[in-house]
Design a binder for this molecule. Sequence first.
Ligand code: SAM
Length: 208
Amino acid sequence: MTDMVKHPETYFSELVPERDTLLKRLEQEAEKERIPIVGPVVGQLLFVLARATAAANILELGTATGYSAVYLGRACAPAGGRVVSLENDAQMAGRARKNLVEAGLADTVSVMEADAVNTLPELGGPFDLVFLDIEKKDYQHALAGLTGTVRPGGLLIADNTGFRDANGFNRAIFDHPAWQSVQLFSYLPMHSASHDGLCFAVRMPDAN
Ligand SMILES: C[S@@+](CC[C@H](N)C(=O)[O-])C[C@H]1O[C@@H](n2cnc3c(N)ncnc32)[C@H](O)[C@@H]1O
């Protein structure tokens, strides 16, 4: 039998990436106020994928207090990349803007107070990378707009695909000719929920 670590959740919890004072404060606020942020593992995953793909035009749907936007901004800022992040709650958008100023990312990340699904067609793009983290029932409605705005070869990352409300999106992207996708069910310390799915999809050229 394969010799695996005995307590994988304890083991992998010890390998959660370190965070600075700002990110730790946002984690504390999220816990206290029950704001469903991605936490340090998915945050670092966003950083790694954005940097590895050299994503310069990044779109985030669902900003909350700007926690995941900090990871995306830090990934693309050194190469002069930009992040547009959409949030439909005015108070959250305001908090995110302040936090992004504190992160030194005010020139890299712009937070738009807008409904993500309705605004997508107006955004233009094309985007190299999109992070989808709004109401799960709206993922499926966002998919048509995303198909038109992610460049061929671009990457779509959707959080919380283990939520029942994401089922419509999961089935739609699985069958969609414009996307090649994969679902990963993982243990994600400090993520809301700690056992959840993530979808990764690449926009295929010559398909609509
Ligand atoms: C899961 S939280 C985002 C967490 C954030 N990505 C992070 O990890 O730091 C979802 C956010 O999306 C916002 N939201 C939900 N539906 C939306 C929509 N249709 N358009 C724009 N924002 C939406 C909510 O107000 C909430 O702040």
